[in-house]
Write a protein that binds this ligand. Structure first.
Ligand SMILES: Cc1cc2nc3c(=O)[nH]c(=O)nc-3n(C[C@H](O)[C@H](O)[C@H](O)COP(=O)(O)OP(=O)(O)OC[C@H]3O[C@@H](n4cnc5c(N)ncnc54)[C@H](O)[C@@H]3O)c2cc1C
Length: 438
């Protein structure tokens, strides 16, 4: 006999689990969400940008909510291409700033969990799911890391018609459920180190040109990762900056690099040194990003179980999507769960409709589109080393060409390109990028 019984148990209180829980509770389903952290978001970090279009699917009143859980609207986004000597900034002013907001997970997830509670989701924080209950090949519930009672130290068991795994990148239970074989490989995940920095009062506004309702979201490539495949990021929060560097775990292992050393080295670059002058570190942490893509996609359903969000590897590194994909997968899983509850059938055959829905979505199509991206980046690491230098040096010549015969300037620029990569090399690179997507 189990200790408690629910229609649906969700493992993990990140955006995927919370979105799924809210959607189910709104339909009147008895749903329990279990989170191992002290509170939802308490064990988590991300860059990060939240896309309001996905959030509105579960919180239609967003952004007109009180308290407001995000930091700043993103009014400008783009790239910093950092060479050894300087930086080329590509910034785009957004026409629709209400599209995305910067956020801090501890605050955002906590707010979303309060919303979920109000909608009727039961939430058990400080609780870890360690195993499943099985009836033959059917998952029928979960086993917790908590004893039944003071008198009985056997683990608590919760029965459920359906278990939804939203456990994030470490996917331990997804493996236990037999939906994926073996742990991920070091080339399938990026390890990101992130710091939240408090600048002296007024410095962020002056140094980055932001004001109360203006915010910046920037991806950084080049010298930020010491020219290795990976990216950095810089986001403006209400009163702080989020700054981080992410690189494939395989590169760190192969080159025996310490992620925090790479992060510290990035901060030493003159542009960041200047930007962070007088800054105080408020938070520091590291987190994995699942980038196994379509080739490493787990089976998304089994008897009595579904997998959503990062556990399935639903991120799009090129377009900075993760949270929104987690939310969408949570919604698709909730719809599938609801149909299964109506039918009273939780077999893999019925739950396959989740995979069918997923395959019709842009998330799946995008994963197919990016199927070779990782290998491409490993094969073409010069995009992160040669190109930033070449671009910076060429633009330096272009922007200081006054008083010179311009044919000489153009020749010099071609000279830089020839020396760094060769004209044929550049042509080949562009053709390869084209071939990657078409
Ligand atoms: C450095 C970094 C920057 C990022 N930047 C962005 C960005 O700018 N924009 C964007 O959209 N996405 C970004 N992402 C990706 C985004 O954070 C994830 O895709 C998203 O959080 C996935 O949500 P999730 O709910 O699937 O998993 P998570 O948010 O990881 O949530 C999983 C939850 O499950 C809990 N859990 C795990 N195991 C158990 C267990 N056994 N029992 C109970 N609870 C458990 C964990 O404590 C955690 O709270 C970034 C990620 C990183 C690491």
């Amino acid at each position: 006999m189990s200790d408690f019984s629910f229609d649906v148990v969700i493992v993990g209180g990140g955006p995927a689990g919370l979105a799924c829980g809210i959607h189910l509770a709104k339909k009147g389903v008895k749903v329990l969400l279990i989170e191992r952290g002290r509170f939802c978001g308490g064990k988590n970090l991300f860059g990060g940008v939240i896309y309001s279009e996905s959030l509105k699917e579960i919180v239609p009143e967003f952004p007109k909510v009180d308290p407001f859980p995000a930091e700043r609207p993103v009014t400008e986004e783009g790239y910093f291409i950092v060479s050894k000597e300087g930086v080329v900034k590509i910034l785009h002013t957004k026409k629709t700033p209400e599209e995305s907001f910067t956020a801090l997970r501890a605050k955002f997830d906590n707010w979303l969990s309060e919303y979920a509670l109000k909608k009727g989701v039961f939430i058990a924080p400080k609780t870890k799911v360690v195993d499943f209950l099985w009836k033959g090949s059917q998952i029928t519930g979960v086993v917790l890391d908590r004893p039944k009672s003071f008198q009985d130290d056997r683990p608590t068991e919760i029965s459920a018609k359906l278990v939804i795994l939203a456990e994030g990148v470490n996917r331990v239970l997804t493996e236990k459920a037999g939906l994926v074989y073996g742990p991920f490989k070091p080339e399938e995940v990026v390890l990101a180190v992130k710091e939240v920095l408090q600048l002296p009062k007024g410095a962020m506004e002056v140094r980055l040109g932001v004001s109360e309702n203006k915010g910046l979201a920037v991806e950084i490539i080049g010298e930020i990762t010491s020219g290795l495949p990976g990216t950095g990021f810089l986001y403006t929060n209400k009163t702080t900056l989020s700054f981080g560097v992410g690189i494939f775990l395989k590169t760190l292992v192969d080159l025996n690099l310490k992620p925090y050393e790479l992060h510290e080295k990035a901060k030493e670059h003159s542009i960041f040194k200047e930007l962070f002058q007088g800054a105080e570190t408020l938070e520091y942490g590291a987190h994995l990003i699942p980038e196994w893509g379509i080739k490493g996609l787990p089976k998304l359903y089994g008897n009595g179980v579904l997998v959503i969000g990062d556990s399935a590897g639903l991120v799009n590194p090129l377009f900075r999507e993760g949270t929104n994909l987690a939310i969408y997968s949570g919604l698709m899983a909730a719809d599938t769960a609801f149909s299964a509850l109506e039918k009273g059938d939780f077999s893999a055959k019925t739950l396959k409709t989740y995979e069918d829905r997923f395959k019709e979505s842009y998330i799946y199509k995008d994963l197919i589109l990016l199927k070779d991206l990782k290998e491409f980046l490993f094969r073409n690491s010069h995009f992160f080393s040669i190109y930033p230098d070449m671009l910076y040096q060429s633009l330096s010549l272009y922007f200081s060409a006054q008083g010179r015969y311009k044919r000489d300037v153009i020749r010099e620029i071609f000279g830089i390109i020839r020396k760094k990569r060769g004209l044929f090399g550049v042509l080949k690179d562009f053709l390869n990028i084209g071939r990657l997507f078409w």
